[in-house]
Design a protein around this ligand. Structure first.
Ligand code: HEM
Length: 226
């Protein structure tokens, strides 16, 4: 397997490092995934990419380049999101001991916490670039067909007309209308998995380490886009 190279703190979604650093990071991850896919092509095995290599790739229904980009997309969409969300979620829950007790003893409370934390932190906002295909009236403004839009889920998820005291974590609020997993045709494909992973993570962590506490006020967490 090709190691991720160059080693160092290159971060794909970190806009502050500039396009060259991002390009280098993208090339590095691309090379890494190419080597993983080539391993699966040589010896498919039974994991997701082994099956895709043995089936659709061999039958010519998908290309090697498509498999590589699918692997990168799944790493970012499927792993990075959960890793960041769990970090932020634990940070929030450390201030909510009453909620933690409920989460550990009641699975449905854990699922409620997952969606409330996703609403509160709205981490998926970096991916929302769109182009209007028709004129759209939003309040007093009109977005013209062809104009670019960056709709931020955070604003919808923190709309006080929908979510009372939106900056507050509330385990009992109705989160049905949050758009932290997107909306419409691109609604997150992995949301059942994401919900299960996060609920298990919070329940397990606080059950295994019930004494988990902050030892100091942490510096504000900076979470880069995905
Ligand atoms: C905290 C966890 C997650 C959050 C907050 C999240 C959020 C999102 C959001 C906001 C979108 C829509 C992007 C857009 O409209 O352009 C999306 C799409 C997607 N997500 Fe997730 N996601 C999470 C976890 C996962 C996981 C675990 C997987 C798969 C293993 C996954 C796979 C996908 C895929 C494949 C899409 C693209 C769907 C499409 O364009 O048709 N996500 N996600």
């Amino acid at each position: 397997m090709v190691p991720l190279s160059p080693p160092g703190p290159e971060v794909l979604g970190d806009d502050s490092r500039g396009p060259e650093a991002q390009g280098a990071a993208l090339q590095a991850i691309n090379g890494y995934m190419e080597s993983l896919i080539d391993e699966r092509i040589a010896d498919p095995g039974d994991d997701l990419f082994g099956r895709l290599a043995a089936g659709p790739l061999r039958e010519g229904r998908i290309s090697r380049a498509e498999l590589v980009s699918l692997a990168i997309m799944l790493l970012m969409a499927g792993h990075d999101t959960n890793a960041k969300m769990i970090t932020l979620g634990v940070g929030t829950l450390l201030d909510e001991p009453g909620a933690v007790t409920r989460i550990v003893s009641d699975e449905s409370a854990a699922h409620a916490a997952v969606d409330e934390l996703i609403r509160l932190h709205s981490i998926g906002d970096d991916d929302g670039f769109r182009v209007a295909t028709a004129d759209i009236a939003v309040g007093d403004a009109v977005i013209r067909a062809g104009e670019g839009i960056v709709p931020l889920a955070r604003h919808a998820n923190h709309d006080p007309a929908i979510f009372e005291a939106p900056e507050r974590f509330d385990l009992d609020r109705n989160t049905n209308l949050h758009v932290g997993f997107g909306y419409g045709p691109h609604l997150c494909l992995g949301r059942p998995l994401a919900r299960a992973v996060q609920a298990i993570a919070y329940r397990t962590l606080f059950a295994v380490i019930p004494t988990l506490r902050r030892v100091a006020d942490e510096p504000r967490l900076i979470v880069t886009g995905w």
